[in-house]
Design a protein around this ligand. Sequence first.
Ligand code: TRP
Length: 331
Amino acid sequence: MQKRILTWVKPTSNQLHLWNYFGSILPLFQLLKKHDDAEVFLFIASMHAYTTLHDAAQLQNNTMSVLKLYRAMMQAYWLADEKIRIFNSVDVPWHAQLAWVFQCLTNMWFMERMHAYKDAVAHKKAGEVSVGTFTYPILMAIDILLYDTACVPVWKDQKQHVEYARDMAQKFNHLYGETFVLPEPIIQESVATITGTDWRKMSKSYNNYIWLLDDAETIRKKVARIPTAALSIDQPKNPDEDNIYAIHKHFLTTEEDQQLRQQYIQWWLSYKDAKQALADRIIAFVEPIQWFYNQIDEEALKKMLTNNADYCNQIAQRKIQDVYQKIWFNF
Ligand code: TRP
């Protein structure tokens, strides 16, 4: 069987920003290159977004926009539809179906250790989060295990969840015989270093992001607002202490990076020029993505989703039949 890699996007926003690109999309494309023969699933985690987002129109709008963006990026990188199977877990009813079984096999104390819930307890908000937020890692384990996933690229904050999925697979296999593949988390380290336009991590909550759908003028304005040190044109500058460089370096090849660093250190590089170079770079980068985004035919997109849902349903159904037989739900 082909090795399966599973990744996700949670539609809590209707846009993706540069951080999303460098933090999860680019690593996925790189992983794809490295594991050319692997089968990659990318699911839209609408069910997970629903733990906190209850506005139907917003959930629908976010899901559609994020989907279109992913599709546009795949097209901009010439990736065929089957290279990354995008689907929505709500189209595969077996996720929710298996959740009951896993809930019955998971002890309370195990879930109470999960960090999202522990955070809520620490902030004295445990009574206010939804039960879905509490059991969220169970659904996540199912997302992974239903498809015999071998690896899950995650950041450190999700490692605990993948480990729970692994424990769950082990527990089930131990109780009922070989059923689930044990998934491995692939930890991505570097993403936390992507700074926003104010030197903090790029994040929606800081309002310091650059969206992939920002137009050229907006990008120039945002870049112009990046705070810099008070150094004049003829003073050498330390690239490692500069917000403009911190963003720019992600776009550069090693050689280009060396050149830019030299310019900071030795040449007369003004912050104005550094900003202009960065804005040009970002604009050139988002242009093809936006071009493809604007061409997307929503009907074709829905067809792709349906096809992928059919494909995933078949895999998931086989798995659930196996589970049901073993736990004696099929009689
Ligand atoms: N927990 C992930 C997040 O908050 C989303 C997620 C849901 C996920 N199911 C998953 C991640 C399965 C990896 C695999 O972002």
